[in-house]
Design a protein around this ligand. Structure first.
Ligand code: UD1
Ligand code: CA
Length: 451
């Protein structure tokens, strides 16, 4: 079903007590607003107008980084120069929706867990009943500071903000979820009649209900995912709810979570069957992990691809841009960044591999470091290290990039390698050992203190 959307995201977010715009706070690694915009983009939203003001450059930049060029074309940014309330926010979209004939959905930028079915259900009811405006409600605990749905004889009359309610009205448990459907024509002809004669001196979009001659409320049973984020407590709560859902989805798909309470899987992560996640694992961004791979305790993987039958961790850090092929072993305190690791290669302990292209069956010993950064002296970018198949790098080596180690080469432990290691060569780049036989008793005698 085609529709247009106005996303209100210009509010100050005072209750977050933060210098960061509210809609950029993250849930499961993703800004609140991005959750919503991505959802709308995945639906048949013909036009998505986002109303911004507070920190708008930051907000637009954060979303533009995440969206594709194609997606960006469908998103329209509108500056609500002064945030004078939700009604005033929607009014800013007037010219963008002139002669727009599909239904218009109005929602907030602070409901990250909203799902397509909520929007489609509302659109459907709206189309069937054909009132001027349809909106979503739910029965919520009495202490929820949401707008109350005032009914007379069962019919909806208006929405009253909690602050404006009488003690009796505050007992009403049917509350406004802040999700509305109407036509652009209705919305923009009614909005100019909204007044700001309330305690906050704001123009409330909720007054549209009072002004509309025909209105319909859709009362949702499970409204958990439609609760807005207003405080840091809401943020933490919503994070838990969403994490739980994601974890359950993966367990249903055959992933083992040894301790779901401390397993953090971002929404865009993809996991194969029989992946095992030990406690305290963080899988971030667009990470992909193929079947039968074990991610051990304390490991962080971000925006990287890991093949099947690998073991990663404990305590490994796989930073963005890594491609780890099948049967690789990455052990404790190993950090990888922008690195390919070929099939059946190993880096089992205490290692940093950055900007490296590593072949198959390579052994990276304990304490190996690719020195990819020269402080900007010669190379504007981080320099590359290329390691061929079947290379052995002994423990405690520094590989000074740019560097090529060809297939089958063997790097002796403790080497600082600065020049190319040709195919099948042995490279030893360390000071020779000096051994002085029976030297110590003599030295001790000589140095013995006299006083
Ligand atoms: C709003 C509803 C309330 C409902 C609740 C559900 C109003 C007046 N009240 O209250 O009935 O129960 O949502 O979550 O609408 N915004 C702007 N420009 C502004 C003011 C706000 O864009 O001038 C944006 C905010 O950034 C936010 C959204 O509108 O994303 C909602 O504003 P908020 O202040 O969070 O409203 P609530 O108090 O939650
Ligand atoms: Ca809100």
């Amino acid at each position: 079903m085609k529709f247009g959307a106005v996303v209100m995201a210009a509010g100050l977010g005072t209750r977050m007590a933060s210098t960061e715009p509210k809609v950029l706070h993250k849930i499961c690694g993703k800004p609140l607003l991005l959750h919503i915009v991505e959802l709308l983009l995945s639906m048949e939203a013909q036009k998505i107008a986002v109303i911004v003001n507070h920190g708008k450059e930051k907000v637009i930049e954060a979303l533009n980084v995440a969206l594709s060029a194609q997606q960006k074309k469908r998103v329209l940014w509108i500056d609500q120069k002064k945030p004078l309330g939700t009604g005033h926010a929607v009014l800013q979209a007037k010219s963008a929706f002139q002669r727009f004939s599909y239904p218009m959905v109005i929602l907030s930028g602070d409901v990250p867990a909203i799902e397509a079915k909520h929007i489609y259900d509302l659109l459907e009811i709206h189309q069937q009943q054909n009132p001027q405006i349809t909106f979503a409600t739910a029965h919520l605990p009495i202490e929820t500071p949401y707008g109350r749905v005032i009914r007379h004889g069962g019919d909806v009359v208006e929405i009253k903000e909690a602050k404006e309610c009488t003690p009796d009205e505050l007992k009403i448990r049917e509350m406004n979820l802040g999700l509305y459907v109407s036509s652009a024509e209705n919305v923009f002809s009614l909005l100019p009649q909204v007044k700001n004669d309330n305690s906050k001196k704001e123009f409330y979009v909720t007054d549209l209900i009072k002004l509309a001659t025909t209105k319909q409320a859709l009362c949702l049973e499970q409204a958990e995912s439609l609760l807005g984020i207003n405080t840091k407590m809401d943020l933490a709560h919503e994070e838990r709810v969403m994490r739980n859902k994601l974890n359950e989805k993966w367990m249903q798909a055959g992933v083992t979570l040894e301790h779901p309470e401390t397993t953090y899987i971002d929404p865009d992560v993809k996991l194969g069957q029989d992946v095992v996640l030990e406690p305290n694992v963080h899988l971030k961004g667009k990470t992909v992990i193929a079947s039968h791979t074990v991610i051990r305790t304390g490991t962080i993987v971000e925006d990287s691809i890991i093949g099947e039958h690998c073991t990663i961790g404990p305590y490994a850090r796989i930073r963005p841009g890594c491609r780890i092929e099948k049967e690789v072993r990455i052990g404790n305190f190993v950090e990888l960044k922008n690195t390919r690791m070929g099939e059946a290669s190993k880096a089992a302990h205490l290692t940093y591999l950055g900007d490296a292209d590593i072949g198959k069956r390579v052994n990276i010993g304990c304490g190996v470091i690719t020195c990819n950064y020269d402080g900007g002296l010669r190379y504007a970018h981080k320099a590359k290290t290329k390691i061929g198949d079947d290379v052995f790098v002994g423990s405690d080596c520094q590989l000074i990039a740019p560097l090529v180690i060809e297939k089958g080469a063997y790097i002796a432990s403790g080497s600082t390698v600065t020049h190319k290691a040709p195919k099948d060569s042995l490279v030893i780049a360390r000071a020779r050992q000096v051994t002085k036989k029976n030297y110590m008793p003599m030295l001790k005698k000589r140095l013995k203190r006299t006083s």
